[in-house]
Design a protein. Structure first.
Ligand code: TRP
Length: 332
């Protein structure tokens, strides 16, 4: 039987955090053996907020290097850059004519981002979920591994697929969001009620995959916690609970084991242990990244071959879509 298709993507904006790693990329690595896996660097999505062009180019390549450093294997999965495959924008136009203004207005990420970028609420920010639906539907993906924050967008992709299939006959696989059970949600170190985010303006809030060991250790030492000095997982102790989650991701130990290990040892010791464990866990990724980022030819070769394969697969779907909506084919 053919393997099921999974597809996911991350935007090449700034620095990926341990939240992206433990919450997403690590799961992708685990999935690549069992699925026909497609991972994309979503540069088209990135320009919905202002980008410095040279930075965007650099971040696109560095996101690929980081995917590889985390363990994605170009022999096992399809890796490519979104703007290399023109079918994404082409399908996006067709699907935007199947998506209602009201649906897009209800997207919570659009509402959030409009609040944060009040001076740049551009049309792309509004139609962003249609482009994301195109990413998914072009490859007939069965499953879309995403964090909770993207679930609403995957549900919209389902609605769009079903609507198109109804209006024009069966064309798209209707995808499911795939939220891995242990896909941990990592919170900010300075405001543990908020998700850790690569775009947080306070660098103390996030632990980046590509910072130094010293920086990481310092950030954990300064992490905001309550003051009762008891290492225990509990809803009213968001700071410590977050550190327990992170320690668990880094070591594979359970919450119970961690509480026992640090019973009566205090926060100072615990915070140092979390910092050390995260650095140990990331040291391989960090070292591999440094090697890979120096091998530009190798990276470009992966992207070239990825783009070719992705174009081939995407065009199959796009041709079908063009035919169904009634576009005249130029090839008689
Ligand atoms: N919008 C996603 C994010 O910001 C990235 C993304 C783009 C994506 N296209 C996708 C995720 C397709 C899953 C599937 O995180």
């Amino acid at each position: 039987m053919d393997k099921k298709i999974i597809l996911s993507a991350a935007q090449p904006t700034g620095n990926l955090t341990i939240g992206n790693y433990f919450g997403a990329i690590k799961n992708w690595v685990d999935l690549q053996d069992d699925f026909d896996s497609i991972f994309c660097v979503a540069d088209l999505h990135a320009i919905t907020v202002r980008q410095e062009p040279a930075e965007l180019r650099k971040n696109t390549l560095s996101t690929l290097a980081l995917y590889l450093a985390c363990g994605l294997d170009p022999e096992k999965c399809l890796l490519f850059v979104q703007s290399h495959v023109e079918a994404h924008t082409a399908l996006s136009w067709v699907l935007s004519c199947q998506t209602m203004f009201g649906e897009l207005s209800r997207m919570t990420q659009f509402k959030d981002k409009s609040r944060k970028n009040a001076q740049n609420i551009n049309a792309g920010l509004f139609t962003y979920p249609v482009l994301m639906a195109s990413d998914i539907l072009l490859y007939q993906a069965d499953l879309v591994p995403v964090g909770k924050d993207q679930k609403q967008h995957v549900e919209l992709a389902r609605d769009i697929a079903e609507r198109f299939n109804r209006n024009f006959s069966d064309t798209f696989k209707v995808p499911e969001p795939y939220i891995p059970k242990q896909g941990a949600k990592i919170m900010s170190l300075s405001e543990p009620e908020k998700k850790m985010s690569k775009s947080d303006e306070n660098p103390q809030s996030s632990v980046y995959l590509l910072e130094s060991r010293d920086e990481t250790i310092k950030k954990f030492r300064r992490a905001v916690t309550d003051s009762d000095n008891c290492v225990k997982y509990s809803a009213d102790k968001p700071g410590i609970s977050n550190l327990i989650t992170i320690y668990s991701c880094a070591t594979g130990k359970t919450t119970r084991e961690i509480e026992r290990e640090f019973d009566s040892r205090g926060y100072g010791e615990f915070k140092s242990a979390v910092g050390e464990a995260v650095c140990d866990r990331l040291s391989g990724v960090r070292a591999r990244y440094q090697e890979l980022i120096g091998e530009k030819d190798y990276l470009m070769q992966i992207l070239k071959s990825g783009a070719e394969q992705a174009r081939y697969r995407a065009m199959k779907t796009l041709r079908k879509v063009y035919r169904k909506v009634g576009f005249l084919s130029p090839e008689a």
